[in-house]
Write a protein that binds this ligand. Structure first.
Ligand SMILES: NC(=O)C1=CN([C@@H]2O[C@H](COP(=O)(O)OP(=O)(O)OC[C@H]3O[C@@H](n4cnc5c(N)ncnc54)[C@H](OP(=O)(O)O)[C@@H]3O)[C@@H](O)[C@H]2O)[C@H](O)CC1
Ligand SMILES: [K+]
Length: 501
């Protein structure tokens, strides 16, 4: 699903109005209807609803919702924060349509803002995608007033004060929403850590924007949806055997970090690879044989860290390198030697990435189509420090294009960058997965899938989605606090089943 910019959303509106055709006010009514349908499902008419409206169409949506909720016997009152501003035509029309029984407060100063009890509901219709500058004055004070209350806050389209697809200056006033109800497509801001924290839980409500426009809209940003993955992940066929599903090699582990490569190995097997070989330093050999009996073990000549890769690397369909690897000088040399050969596809993680970051020549020799799985700090070591989330996205696109690689930038919404400059945001996963070892399980999953013959892009999309989904299924049983990396692997089977349904 493509993510649109605020400008593209405006174009989508205009296209729908012209080609459906539908009048602008009716499109707003449809948006308000979708909001009310959602609200009715989630909240009864018991609590008082304070509907904050700004001067534009976001405020117009708020006014239409006020009328529709009033008709459904909800206790609503409207708070206008539009002093001295021109109302948009659709705002004005909805103000004219507002039943006279609905109390309206016209705020001219902060003293006019109503006190908000903890059980009150706030609908934030101050500003949406038309925000053109940070909020100041009475608008900022209204936002602070909402944020200082304990009321439940539902933002229409996006939290007021937040830019949909550009950095919002730190310290500017932004509504801290519990829920954001956005139209047709999520905004890029929802998916990035600095802005996403204002959004709360977000839901996308379809309002019938014209499919011709939506299907043609060009955007480098997409949201990963299961529909796209179901086209890629097919049931296994009759008469296949372990040779059909690839032979993966995992290399990593060092003294004190054999667990990391063990976690990766278990996950690769659960991802369905036909055969798995794991190379560790000598210290890891017995541990691995006991912990992962399904894998074949190779021992490095060194007791504590990796100093060489196997001679015959081309018998493997993918090599995953990095979990627990360490950054010893002779490990770096081994990697450098490896990169000089013709290689099967690579998945690189953790210290393999740190070694690349330390040696720019090594990075330049990175084989095309490799998959790299950094967290933001590792990514910044590879690329350069980011000034803000949008800058990091630009760096991601540039890096993937320059090095012809796929980067899985890990986070709450993991973002997959491709050599053609696209970015796919994942929607599965939860904060319970912010715990040691979940990155190692992801490396194992990706290496396991890539060895089975999935393209690098499909490997990233399917692997990242399944990893998060397994984490979600695990969290349903274990809760987020107690979740550990092994749980993710344990629930991988159920995640596959869900996707294959
Ligand atoms: N397809 C859809 O998604 C639909 C969305 N709808 C809703 O419409 C809004 C967007 O409406 P728009 O009128 O374009 O924008 P806003 O309501 O966000 O605000 C515009 C007005 O606010 C003024 N403005 C902007 N920034 C500030 C600021 N920092 N301080 C004060 N005033 C500000 C702006 O004035 P300018 O001075 O910038 O010209 C405008 O007056 C979308 O979010 C949805 O909620 C439709 O209802 C249905 C289709
Ligand atoms: K809003």
């Amino acid at each position: 699903m493509k993510i649109l910019t605020a400008a593209q959303t405006r174009e989508a509106d205009a296209y729908t109005i012209a080609h459906e055709p539908i009048s602008s006010i009716d499109l707003m009514e449809r948006a308000a209807g979708a909001l009310v349908q959602w609200i009715e499902k989630e909240y009864g008419p018991e609590q008082p609803w304070y509907i904050f409206c700004g001067p534009g169409n976001n405020g117009g949506d708020g006014l239409a919702v006020a009328r529709l909720l009033f008709q459904r016997a909800y206790d609503v009152q409207v708070v206008l924060v539009t002093e001295g501003q021109n109302h948009s035509p659709d705002f004005q029309q909805n103000l004219n349509r507002l039943p006279t029984e609905i109390p309206v407060t016209r705020t001219a100063s902060p003293d006019d803002l109503p006190s908000l009890l903890s059980y009150a509901m706030v609908l934030d219709g101050l500003f949406g995608s038309g925000l053109s500058r940070p909020l100041v004055g009475l608008h900022a004070q209204a936002v602070q007033h909402i944020n200082n209350s304990a009321a439940t806050v539902i933002a229409i389209d996006l939290p007021s004060g937040l830019f949909a697809d550009a950095p919002t200056p730190t310290d500017s006033a932004v509504v801290e929403a519990d829920v954001t109800l956005s139209f047709e497509r999520p905004k890029l801001a929802f998916l990035l850590p600095e802005s996403g924290s204002f959004v709360g839980k977000w839901h996308v409500l379809p309002i019938g924007l014209h499919p011709d426009f939506l299907n043609k809209a060009d955007s480098p940003y997409s949201l990963l949806t299961p529909e796209r993955l179901k086209e890629v992940l097919k049931p296994r066929l009759k008469f296949t055997h372990k040779g059909t599903y690839g032979n993966a090699l995992l290399v990593g582990g060092s003294y004190g970090k054999i667990g990391a490569i063990t976690l990766a190995a278990k996950a690769a097997l659960r991802a369905g690879v036909g055969l798995l070989t794991v190379q560790t330093p000598m210290v890891g050999y017995s541990i691995l044989q006991v912990a992962v009996p399904e894998a074949m073990a190779l021992s490095d000549a060194h007791e504590q860290h990796i100093t060489a890769f196997p001679e015959e690397v081309n018998q493997y369909q993918c090599i995953g390198i990095g979990p627990g690897l360490g950054q010893a000088a002779d490990t770096a040399l081994a990697l450098e030697k490896l990169f000089r050969q013709a290689l099967p596809p690579l998945v690189l993680d953790a210290d393999a990435l740190n070694l690349l970051a330390l040696d720019r020549q090594l990075l330049r020799n990175l084989p095309a189509n490799s998959i790299l799985t950094p967290h933001p700090k590792e990514f910044e070591r590879l690329a350069s420090p980011a000034k803000h989330d949008y800058h990091r996205l630009q760096l991601l696109k540039d890096f993937c294009q320059e090095h012809e690689c796929y980067v899985v930038l890990k986070g709450y919404h993991t973002c997959i960058g491709t050599p053609t400059g696209e970015c796919y945001f994942n929607t599965t996963g939860n904060p319970g997965m912010a715990t040691g070892g979940t990155g190692d399980t992801l490396t194992g999953i990706l290496a396991g899938l890539r060895a089975q013959g999935f393209s690098p892009l499909d490997t990233c999309l399917v692997g990242v989605y399944l990893h998060g989904l397994a984490g979600d299924l695990a969290a349903e049983q274990e809760g987020e606090y107690a979740l550990i990396a092994s749980d993710v692997t344990q629930y991988l089977g159920k995640a596959f089943q869900q996707l294959l349904q």
